[in-house]
Ligand binder design. Structure first.
Ligand code: 4AD
Ligand code: MG
Length: 477
């Protein structure tokens, strides 16, 4: 007897051999064919039982969702659709599943329904494929940085600083909400709180990663990130995972090169290692497409789309060029954009980003040199005095997937910027210290992990690529 998984049994040539397997029943057909899955692959293995050999009462308990233990012989399959199957000689029910109430029946369920059953949805082919891909991408990311001489750094999750200056943070406090200590003016006295100051869940590990880049050279963080913005969209989560590399002595061009090489490398990894799952998800999308009008169907199938990104250069376009393109575009002239583009300086909305990527360039786009006043305080000011060395990467079907920049390394310029935005120096004294002691050019970016998983799997809603999504009014499980 060997320790088997469905994946390694299916990879074997049919030879008569004794095997043993544990898994969950997907279907039990004609009192004879069990489709068994153990999570190791998208594919089920067919287990054939001879009903005369087994107790009828036992076979009744072989229902969808039940956990079973089988022993038998791996043989060349008699039927179509698989090369090998197991002739079952021993069958034991490890955990029953009541067919009356088990939510994951062998039929098509809506994603909304499955979100309400997120604790069981990975029992479906779609969600198990998505979560295997998610795991694989996570591994590929760590591998890429490790192979390229980066150190993994764990930035804090509880923080006293607001990296993005957006203020949309979740407060961390141990005070009694019913009876908090107050200052004379009636405001809450956080000096008496656990940390002796106001603290929040981090919106980005960047500022802390910068401190390490200025000693270890090349670092990255990959951790959970929290934003209390009330964005109920298919691309926003209140808790998401972000990958943030930070590199000393690297300018914006190097940052773009790094981001592009990195994204291509991790997508290529899943093309090489997760093809079964990708093929399944591709077919799912093709089937979904058939129900749509021609105009809404995708131009490329999933695998072709991933290969396209891996094989082609990202288009690099300045913000100023992008504004010109958008101003002269059809949807702008016909007033089809919700936010019309008239003047230089306008913030780009997702409708504009998607127009650039999906209609105009039809490939991933790196936009750079944005107006200073629509970007964060830490981005390096250009010589023109009005743009900063920012870059956003836009992906088809996703929009913004990466945001990054070259950082302002000049102490005086940074101080002026902070003063203009009313950011107190006392709060970021350590960040300013980096500019006092051995300052140097450095750059980095943040990749939204779930947006990458959306792209790689073709899933249309970010809630379906993270095990337990946290969104406004929802923190179940
Ligand atoms: O553009 P953002 O806000 O950049 C930063 O936080 C920088 N500190 C990164 C850096 O330079 N180190 O966020 C980076 C990426 C976005 O491009 C997007 O992919 C993702 O994080 N993201 C979200 N993903 C899901 N839900 C949200 N609410 C997100 N907000 C940002
Ligand atoms: Mg951004």
């Amino acid at each position: 007897m060997t320790k088997n998984t469905v994946a390694n049994l299916l990879a074997k040539d049919a030879v008569l051999q004794d095997v043993e397997l544990k898994g969950w029943v997907r279907t039990f057909r004609a009192n004879r064919f069990i489709a068994l899955n153990d999570g190791s692959t998208i594919n089920n293995i067919q287990c054939v039982v001879d009903f005369e050999q087994f107790d009828e009462a036992l076979l009744k308990r072989v229902t969808t969702g039940a956990a079973i233990h089988i022993k038998g012989t791996l043989i060349e399959s008699q039927g179509k659709g698989q090369s090998v199957e197991i002739q079952v000689s021993y069958l034991n029910i490890l955990g029953e599943s009541d067919p009356e109430t088990y939510p994951i029946q062998p039929k098509k369920h809506s994603f909304e329904f499955l979100r309400e059953n997120a604790h069981l949805r990975t029992r479906t082919s779609t969600f198990s494929a998505v979560m295997r891909l998610r795991s694989s991408l996570s591994f590929a990311i760590h591998k890429y940085f490790n192979d390229n001489g980066f150190y993994n750094m764990h930035t804090p999750i509880i923080t006293g600083s607001d990296a993005e200056g957006a203020g949309e943070m979740f407060r961390v406090s141990a005070l009694d909400p019913k009876n908090p200590p107050l200052n004379d003016d009636g405001t809450i006295n956080y000096k008496e709180d656990f940390f002796g100051k106001e603290t929040n869940l981090t919106v980005s590990g960047q500022l802390e990663a910068e401190t390490y880049a200025m000693s270890l050279g090349k670092v990255y963080t990959f951790g959970p990130t929290f934003r209390a913005e009330n964005s109920n969209t298919s691309r926003h989560l209140a808790e998401f995972w972000m990958i943030e590399p930070e590199v000393a002595f690297m300018e914006l061009d190097g940052n773009m090169d790094l981001a592009e090489d990195f994204m291509k490398s991790v997508l290529n990894y899943v093309l090489e290692h997760n093809l079964d799952d990708l093929k399944f998800l591709e077919q799912r999308l093709l089937d979904e497409d058939k129900a749509k009008p021609q105009a809404e169907r995708s131009d490329m199938a999933l695998i072709e789309k991933l290969k396209f990104v891996v094989d082609n250069n990202f288009k690099r376009v300045s913000y100023t060029e992008a504004i010109d393109i958008l101003r002269d575009s059809k949807p702008n002239k016909k007033k089809q954009f919700k936010y019309l583009i008239n003047d230089w300086g306008a913030d780009l909305q997702s409708e504009h980003e998607r127009f650039l990527v999906e209609k105009h360039f039809k490939c991933p786009v790196i936009l750079f040199d944005y107006p200073a006043n629509i970007k964060a305080f830490y981005m390096r000011l250009n010589e023109d005095g009005k743009t900063v060395r920012a870059m956003d990467i836009l992906f088809p079907g996703i929009g913004e997937i990466v945001g990054g920049s070259q950082r302002e390394e000049r102490l005086e310029v940074l101080r002026e910027k902070m003063a203009a935005l009313d950011i107190p120096e006392e709060e970021l004294w350590w960040y300013l210290d980096l500019r006092k002691y051995g300052t140097a050019v450095h750059s980095g970016f943040g990749l939204g992990f779930e947006r990458l998983v959306m792209f790689a799997t073709g899933m249309g809603n970010i809630r379906d690529v993270i095990p337990y999504p946290r969104t406004p009014q929802n923190a179940e499980f």
